[in-house]
Each structure stands twice: as C-alpha cells, then as structure tokens.
Design a protein around this ligand. Structure first.
Ligand SMILES: O=C(O)CCC(=O)C(=O)O
Ligand SMILES: [Fe+2]
Length: 385
C-alpha cells in the first residue's frame, strides 16, 4: 500500500511559530520521509512527505523547529535577535536568501555525485594528503569513539583554500594546493568547486557579522585579517552510501560530534538523516531530526566559537543516521587564520564568570581535532604528503 504522510511546520516572520520541537508520527520504513522542493520562506511551511507503506507499525520522530535567518532582509535587528536566540538555545539555525542560487547549488551537487560515482580505484588516486585535501574513503573518519564500532559510513572530499606549493603560506598546515580530478575525467569540476568555495565564504562572513553583533562585538570583529581575513575555509563534499544506521549497535552515517571551528554551513539533499542533541548530558539523550530545506543552509556553531564565547553560545552535538537511502550533503567549515589566538572574548567573561578554557592557537587546536578523528594515512599503505 502506498501511503503519504504530510506534516507542516509553520513559520512566520522567519521564526517557526511553534518554538517547541514538533513530534511527527510516521510509519516505520527503511526510507521514511523526504522534503518537498519548496524553499523555506517566511510565512510558508516545511512539507515532509512519507512515501513508503505501513510495515512495522508507527514510530515517532522528532523534527527540530529551528530559527530561520533571512540574509536578504534589511531588518538587522530582527536577524540578530533570531540568531542570538538560536545560538543560546541549540547552536543550529537555517539561513535563506543567502545569495547562492539554487541553480548553482544543484550544479555543485551534480558535480559531487559525478565524482563519487567514479570507480574506487580512480577516487583512491585522489586520496586525502597531509594537508587534508582530497578524497576520504568510507570509514576514514571516526567521529565518536565512545559509541561507534567502526568509522563513519560516508565518503568525502576536502577542498581548502588554494595556495600554490611555492607560496610561503603553503608552510602552514591547512594551506596548500588542492587535489583536483583530471579535467578530462570531470570537466568543469574544479571551476564549480572553486566558485562555490568563493561564494560560500561570503555567506559565512555575513553570518559571522550577525554573530559578532549578537555577542555585543563590533560588526566587523570576525572580518579582521587574523580572523576570517585569512580564514581556513574547507569545503567538504559528502556521500552516504545508503547503509541503514543502527544506533543501538554503534553504526552511524556520521558519529556524534560537534564541529571544530567557528561555524559550518551545511547544504543537504532531500534525504532526512541529520540529527541534533540539544542536551548532551541528558540521559537518555534526545535526538531530533533537522529537516532538509532546499536552497537553504543549515548553520551550526563550532567548538572554537564555544571557547571564544565562554560557552555562552553552544556548539551542539549532531550525527547522521542513515535510513537506507543514499544521501549527499555539502559542508563548509569556517575557521579563523592559522595564527589566530582563540581566547575568551571580553564581552563573555566577568569576575563571576572567568574564562573556562585557556587561549589556544587555531592551527594547534585544529590539527589536534583532525588527528583525533581521521585515520592515519599510513593505513592506506602509501606515504602521502
Ligand atoms: O551530512 C550531514 O548532514 C552532516 C555532516 C557533518 O556534520 C560534518 O561533516 O561535520
Ligand atoms: Fe558536523
């Protein structure tokens, strides 16, 4: 029997009307729900559709109601207030009307699919190097050592800031040339990814300005040279092969983690999978889905911002639970410059609330986090550099 389940989450003026999470009762199925093509715009709705039949009875899933920031609005006050509320509450929000066209986003997804469809032998020629550029095979990343029995059931591709080999900046651990597939194998691929990298950096800077205002800082605080003026900005294409996750047995598309840097912009296809846990200390932990929204970025705060803000703003635990459907997503991680000292912001400490973390150099922190979560390159039997 074919069955359709439709649920609406109403938003008005950029805020989901019901600030509490919505509980959706859906019927258990290996491919539960997908999102409509409709973009999220203030006053419209997110439309979740179930396209499988009754199999094993009903199961409840919770979809998180997240604030939605419209980057095209001139009402900065409203945007800052929505963003601040989201940063205090769960560290996740949507960003719409950000200036990257849906058509171009589709092109990036299409090029990503083409790359992941190459034979594994071709992809292994593009294997990640020491600068964290290139292809990461299935299970390469292992985000949650406590709860995962294997690494993540996803493959990925890292693209960073392009710096020529002979440029002195290439001495820095996260700067250097990218690994590019040959143009005869994937025509136009490099150009598409470079253009997306450039455009996404502008979106990230616009979001960082709102964050600065929400933290009572100068609007251009994060624009400074040592911050996003020379950002470590990494685009990561991701592909989940369609394996069904099994949380109780430690199998995940992506294990529970919080991101390392300032913020992450995430674009996903219409397959549900991303979950967030607003209170990591709760027992049992409650995991809520984040609905995919076409054309929007899901934005989350990273651990460096949590350190900077002395835990006033949260970096929230999230993971990906596969439901049997193949899934593609595109993450864009923003960190400040290599030499930026991440230390408690003046507006986030007081006599009664001293800094909770010692200052740390961005590159030191980031190098540690990458080595904690990725397979050693010697695993692949060659000495990549
Ligand atoms: O694929 C997703 O939806 C999330 C990916 C993610 O959290 C990450 O790469 O850090
Ligand atoms: Fe993440």
């Amino acid at each position: 029997m074919k069955m359709e389940f439709v649920a609406y989450l109403f938003i008005s003026d950029g805020v989901l009307k019901n600030r509490k999470s919505e509980k959706l009762y859906i019927l258990h199925s290996p491919s539960p729900i997908s999102c409509t093509e409709k973009p999220i715009i203030p006053g419209s709705s997110i439309h979740l559709k179930m396209d499988n039949g009754i199999k094993n009875g009903a199961e409840a899933i919770t979809v998180s109601a997240l604030n939605c920031i419209d980057l095209s609005t001139t009402d900065t006050h409203q945007s800052v207030s929505l963003l601040k509320q989201a940063c205090l509450d769960c560290g996740f929000f949507y960003v719409v009307n950000h200036g990257i066209t849906e058509q171009f986003m589709d092109e990036v997804f299409s090029q990503s699919r083409k790359m992941f469809s190459l034979p594994l032998s071709e992809k292994m020629k593009l294997l990640r190097n020491k600068k964290h550029r290139g292809y990461t095979p299935l299970l390469d990343e292992h985000l949650d050592h406590e709860n995962q029995v294997h690494g993540d059931y996803k493959e990925g591709y890292y693209i960073g800031v392009e710096v020529a080999e002979d440029d002195p900046k290439a001495e820095k651990p996260f700067y250097g040339p990218n690994v590019w597939p040959a143009p005869d194998i994937l025509p136009g691929w490099r150009e598409t990814m470079e253009e997306f990298h450039r455009q996404a950096l502008e979106v990230a800077k616009a979001v960082a300005r709102l964050i600065a205002l929400a933290l009572d800082l100068d609007v251009h605080f994060f624009d400074k040279q040592e911050m996003l003026g020379e950002a470590i900005a990494t685009l990561r294409l991701l592909h989940y092969e369609g394996k069904i996750s099994d949380p109780s047995n430690g199998i995940f598309g992506a294990g529970a983690h919080s991101d390392f840097g300032l913020i992450t912009l995430l674009a996903t296809d219409d397959v549900l999978g991303l979950q967030i846990c607003k209170d990591k200390d709760a027992k049992p932990q409650l995991w809520e889905y984040v609905a995919p929204v076409k054309g929007a970025f899901i934005v989350n705060l990273g651990d460096m911002l949590e350190r900077w803000s002395n835990c006033i703003f949260k970096s929230t635990l999230h993971r990906v639970v596969g439901n049997g459907r193949e899934r593609y997503s595109i993450a864009y991680f923003i960190e400040p410059s290599h030499d930026c000292l991440v230390e408690c912001l003046p507006s986030c400490k007081s006599e009664n609330n001293p800094p909770k973390f010692p200052p740390i150099l961005c590159q030191t922190y980031l190098s540690q986090r990458y080595s904690d979560t990725h397979a050693d390159l010697t695993t692949y039997g060659e000495n990549k550099n």
